[in-house]
Design a protein around this ligand. Structure first.
Ligand code: ADP
Length: 419
């Protein structure tokens, strides 16, 4: 079993986003949580190793990325894709530049591209400047990001500050002339000593034109958008990926996200008349057996349809809880309790589980012992059904990991109704 495309993602939900784009463009894909100890379990065209390296010190991010590279090469990966955020989240210290430098050196290559363009999510690059919707990156709110404030929208400058390699541009005039023109421009840039080229792209058509020009390039670095143009290089077309079937069994949602979209989804589920149980953070903090009570509540209900267990709350209530417990402690306590509940639900026979919240998903996946998940059908943009083996419970399950602000209001019931 040898894979075609080996991907290294610098965060967890970004990995799912990339895997989802690959599947939609025709590749079967597996996502691993960190670098696996053993070899790949399922057959797949692409593997996305999900790391959490975006905000680590650069040397740690490099070390983890190189470990992922070694594992992917051992699985036979023909091309490597380094995935970062479509808002190019980084600082002058890294980690996009240092990780790119290290991957290029290890792969023995002297040229790659870098483009965060993701037109489906309104991220476009023109003349090397990154736009989010109608405004430049540094006017998009990203200039206030707590960890990676983006105050310069010029990607050539941003990247040049992080790499010792020469950075150049493949601008839109070239992209508009097609794949052959991009290849010529790459040859010209190489002759000038450029080793990393920012690529303009303002539409999916641009990314589909870029794809063939990247055929055979040992390393591609990008957001998730560039992925839509790559499967065709292996003769794969949209619809050709075999998606794993949904596992049959009881259905449940656990929600630890307090984002606006999740609040709306929880309200819609409750309004539908389905059973829902609120989890009280203060009782969790007081050491009461909230998970045990929740599982006793759910047990008799599971035979008659999906149930929801949630700590999701409105901003006022979250602030109150954080005031009483501290934001970090409240977060960690609730994540751990929801992870216990998720594990208990699978022990009770739940085989279709939706988890709402990025951090919450991390805790649940860990508690279930899920190391490799195969990407299935999309529910809403960025959120597919996945399936994998929950080693902690020794059960195969289907699971959907929903980033807090993703999904339509009817996401939960729509997901279960699908298929
Ligand atoms: P999102 O994807 O929406 O950011 P996350 O799961 O990543 O969701 O983050 C939500 C955080 O809020 C988690 O750490 C979670 O434990 C915490 N949390 C959940 N419910 C509450 C609540 N009622 N009060 C305070 N914090 C909460």
């Amino acid at each position: 079993m040898s894979i075609k495309l080996g991907c290294i993602a610098d965060d967890f939900t970004g990995a799912t986003d990339l895997a989802n784009n690959l599947v939609r463009a025709g590749m079967s894909a597996v996502q691993t949580i960190g670098v696996p100890g053993g070899s790949l379990r399922a057959d797949a065209d692409a593997v996305v190793v999900a790391l959490k390296t975006r905000s680590l010190p650069a040397d740690e991010a490099v070390a983890q990325s190189l470990a992922a590279l070694a594992w992917l090469r051992a699985q036979g990966a023909e091309q490597i894709y380094f995935k970062y955020c479509s808002t190019f989240d980084s600082t002058p210290q890294g980690n996009i530049g240092p990780v790119t430098d290290a991957l290029m050196a290890r792969l023995g290559t002297d040229f790659t591209i870098a483009t965060p363009a993701f037109p489906d999510n309104k991220r476009t690059v023109f003349k090397g400047y990154l736009f989010v919707g109608d405004v430049l990156l540094n006017e998009s709110g990203m200039q206030h990001h707590p960890l990676t404030p983006m105050t310069d929208p010029n990607l050539l400058r941003v990247l040049a500050a992080q790499t010792r390699r020469k950075v150049g541009l493949i601008d839109h005039a070239v992209v508009a002339r097609g794949s052959a023109a991009i290849r010529e421009r790459i040859a010209a840039l190489r002759a000038e000593g450029v080793e990393i080229a920012i690529v303009d792209a303002v539409s999916n058509d641009d990314l589909l034109v870029l794809g063939p020009a990247l055929k055979g390039m040992p390393l591609v670095t990008a957001g998730s958008g560039v992925a839509i143009g790559l499967p065709a290089n292996w003769g794969l077309a949209p619809g050709s990926a075999k998606a794993p079937a949904r596992v049959a069994g009881a259905q449940a949602v656990v929600a630890g996200s307090c984002s606006a979209a999740t609040n709306g989804q929880v309200a819609a589920f409750i309004a539908s008349g389905r059973p829902a149980l609120a989890l009280d953070p203060l009782r969790i903090a007081a050491g009461e057996d909230v998970a045990g009570e929740a599982l006793a509540w759910a047990r008799p209900l599971l035979a008659s349809g999906p149930v929801l267990l949630y700590s999701t709350a409105a901003p006022d209530s979250v602030r109150q809880t954080q005031g009483a417990l501290g934001a970090e402690r409240a977060g960690a306590l609730i994540e751990a309790e929801i992870a216990r509940i998720a594990r208990g639900l699978v022990e009770l026979g739940v085989r279709q589980l939706i988890v709402a919240g990025g951090e919450t998903s991390g805790a649940v996946v860990q508690a279930l012992g899920l190391e490799q998940i195969a990407i299935g059908e999309q529910i809403d943009p960025g959120v597919p059904w996945c399936s994998g083996h929950a080693a902690a419970v020794d059960a195969d399950i289907s699971i959907a990991l929903k980033s807090g602000n993703f999904g339509a209001t009817d996401f939960f019931l729509k997901a279960f109704a699908q298929g």
